[in-house]
Write a protein that binds this ligand. Sequence first.
Ligand code: ARG
Length: 582
Amino acid sequence: MIDFKENIAESIIDILENNLKESNISKTDDINKDVIKEYIEKPNNKENGDYAFPCFKIAKTLKKSPQIIANDIKEKIQIDNNVIEKIEVVGGYLNFFVNKKTLIKEVLEEIELKKENYGSSEEGKGKTVIVEYSSPNIAKEFHIGHLRTTVIGAALYNIYKFRGYNTIGINHLGDYGTQFGKMIEGYKRWGNEYNLDENPIEELTKLYIRINDLCKQDEKVLEECRENFKKLENGDEYCVKLWEKFKSLSLKEFDKTYDMLGVKFDSLKGEAFYADKTGEVIDILEKNGKLVESEGAKIVDLSDKGMPPCIICKSNGSSIYATRDLAAILYRARTYDFDKCIYVVAYEQNLHFKQIFEVAKYLSLDKKYTDGLTHVAYGMTRVASGRMSTREGNVIKVNDLLAESIKRVLDVINEKNPEMEEKQENAKKIGIGAVIFNNLCTTIIKDQIFDWNLVLNFNGETGPYIQYIYVRTKSVLEKVEEIPNLKDLDFNLLNDEASLNVIKNLYNLSEILQSVVQKNEPSLLARYLIELAQSYSNFYNENKIICEDKKLQDARVFLTYVTGIVIKAGSKLLGIEMPDKM
Ligand code: ARG
């Protein structure tokens, strides 16, 4: 498909280079095609064309006024009329108007050709990206924060893959820590009083609270717990067996969530996997002279970086969370030879990641790896008041939240469209899709409020709205016998503003996905889908699709057809499925 920006940049760069020569200015960094391409903007106001080049960006280098540069370029530019049909100078800007017929033709042909792969690319070819996401703690509730990392991480995983990266999804389970010494003790004492098979996580939590209380009263019990943990570390059969039981019971619960969300992982290697690999971290840091004794513990001093020290080894000799993360970096560098390793973890852990990324520089790793470490931080979710709000000490269970969403949708269907086929299946797609979309539609670093009235608003900027528009495209297609043949279409019939808006949105998908990857910001795709859906809705309201004029109808039906493809495929990248009916 034509890359309009590329075409514009290409035609500008020659003129600018000549300009440099004529004025005897030695070559500079900003006069090259990639930089020029980056400078090209998309004006908000349609009057200013489809693309604009702000000449003031290069005025300093060329030692000329933006106005003069703009006029000079306009005079000399040679660009195919089939690509750009008009160029205007407004102030220091060059405004470019793309050739509409070419745009329409290119977009329709490309989507028809690539179908649900439209927007995919090879830009990531030969590069490996690890996306670490979800990472809940076993024997603890999967809470609403874990929901957000799961949904964001899965979207990034899909999009990286779509853009040609070799992508590895890792669930870094929190399956290690001294608390398991306590759980083992609790189970030893009262295991038979708890029904772990029915409600494993709830029961394990109760068990944990009980043993914890006892530990506070009785130092001897606490000692037993510490002993259990040591045994667990040393591979004691009984302790390891129990720990495995806790883990598999928890995973069974987590899998219910992952199934509902349609999320998968390539690896479930969690903290425990790295427990026996922390020795090497300590050795390397020691050898590099970075470990300091402090009150019996071993730390890496980070005061010159303005951070508190990173504890590597506690005074009793055991490793901590950070040490296991460092061991994981070593392991992942060797196992996957990654170019990027992305951690989708809440911003509460900003300091932790800053620290370990700093310490990782002392692990004698190739710079490629330490440069590739990226913390993708996301904001907190607070739940608006109501039945699902958090009561003191009572976390919201994600499985309950998802079930509630499906139920609410089902209630609406039963009220408005009780005859609908496959009600349950559709309610599931809508209810889950709504929750996923809600987690992705705002800039991920921002805190968000979870409010059913917003999440399930079919007219708002929501998942259900996008699905609703998709279903509308489907029902248009059902009304006509077959999808018209692209070869017979008259592209000029899609020249009205509403149609062109849809086409322009469709054209932008690839660029949007590129920015998602550049910024690790899946909300850009979510916003994009809203805009696309809104533009289609507007097109639908302005234009009669099924009409007397067969040629006109064919053009409009075809636009409907490709829009449906892109909404569905784009939503799928976010983990949202399309219902058949709504
Ligand atoms: N299990 C941790 C939690 O629930 C998150 C783990 C994040 N990943 C990491 N590599 N530290 O808070």
